[in-house]
Design a protein around this ligand. Structure first.
Ligand code: FAD
Length: 317
């Protein structure tokens, strides 16, 4: 079933979460162990991230550097198929512009369609290490709205080869990313929202936000999006802070601010066990307010151990 139908068919806030494929060499059982405790809260769908190749340099005995391209977390498509089969819930694979040309994208979407996957979250992806700015593949998409356009065209039976006849249309519900604190490359929030609207106009059914710790930023963002004519559901993304290191990792990686109160509370913790508890309590307060505001879904970023998400979900759902 499509995410948008889950949303439209529910009068309550839905619980959902995102998982990362395990590191290469690990077993899918790791994923199941993480997901099992969250199944009690009836998530109708689960997102599975996609990770691009990384370029690493290895120093050879000669002193020269050898460039190696590695993929640390393969398996998004396989994990999605396994989750749908094992838990009978909908899996939402993330698909990227980065690393794919349009032909690769078409073939990946055909595979997903054959597997009975009816949802995708369409993203541009970030630049790979060593590139300052994002570089599209030759004949690839430069922006996510172009990728949305390709998925939407396939939903109408339009494939790349215009000579093809009697094409079967795919049936994907398309989600896209939104940034309450602005995407870091955008010159202004209004400019970023204008580009977000392009994704919706190209066929996106809903938006999932970047994580945030201050609900007022989400509420202001939704208001600005509505003013810009974006009417689709905007799903808030929640990440409970879990370690002192997050104070620097989260702003660096996700370009978000942390409220002073939260920073102070984390700094006052004597160890990460206490930080984890602070993170749970902060997220519970965020979720209570968001749920009272009737957000369609509370979407959690899990990134590994899920005991904290389980505690939050117990209080909220
Ligand atoms: P876009 O919507 O293409 O926007 C990128 C930038 O270009 C923005 O600054 C935008 O304002 C600007 N822009 C857009 N269109 C135009 C235009 N026509 N002209 C000029 N400028 C334009 N990354 C991964 O690698 N794997 C994942 O699984 C993953 N999952 C994510 C899930 C969520 C919910 C979120 C919020 C992010 C996720 N990301 C993931 C990160 C994402 O790939 C990066 O944030 C990336 O830098 C931007 O992706 P986008 O789809 O928002 O890009």
């Amino acid at each position: 079933m499509k995410v948008i139908d889950h949303i439209n068919g529910s009068d309550k806030t839905i619980f959902s979460f995102e998982i990362l494929p395990p590191l290469k060499g690990q077993n899918i059982q790791n994923i199941y162990n993480n997901i099992d405790p969250l199944m009690d809260f009836n998530p109708p769908f689960v997102n599975v991230t996609y990770h691009r190749e990384e370029v690493v340099y290895k120093r050879l005995e000669s002193g020269l550097l050898e460039q190696k391209v590695i993929k640390k977390r393969p398996g998004t498509v396989g994990i999605c198929a396994a989750l749908q089969h094992k838990y009978k819930i909908d899996a939402v694979p993330h698909i990227l512009c980065g690393g794919f040309n349009q032909e690769d994208t078409e073939n990946a979407l055909i595979d997903l369609d054959f597997l009975g996957i009816e949802n995708v979250l369409a993203l541009r992806g970030d630049s790979v290490k060593g590139e300052v700015y994002f570089q599209a593949e030759a004949n690839g998409h430069k922006y996510a709205h172009e990728l949305v356009g390709q998925v939407n065209a396939m939903n109408k039976g339009i494939y790349l080869d215009s000579e093809l006849q009697n094409n079967t249309p795919t049936n994907f519900s398309i989600g896209v990313a939104g940034y309450p604190e602005k995407h870091f490359e955008a010159p202004s929030i209004n400019n970023d929202i204008a580009h977000l609207k392009k994704k919706v106009d190209a066929g996106a059914d809903y938006i999932v936000t970047q994580l945030f710790f201050d609900n007022s930023k989400y509420f202001e963002y939704v208001e600005k999006c509505r003013d810009a004519g974006i009417t689709v559901p905007i799903i808030p993304g929640i990440k409970p802070i879990a370690t002192k290191k997050h104070l620097s990792i989260l702003p660096h990686r996700f370009h978000v601010d942390l409220p002073d109160n939260l920073v102070r509370e984390v700094l006052n913790c004597k160890d990460n066990k206490e930080v984890r508890q602070v993170g749970v309590e902060w997220a519970i307060e965020q979720c209570k307010e968001l749920k009272a505001a009737k957000v369609p879904v509370l979407h959690f970023y899990s990134m590994g151990k899920v005991d904290n998400i389980q505690k939050i979900a117990k209080e909220i759902f």
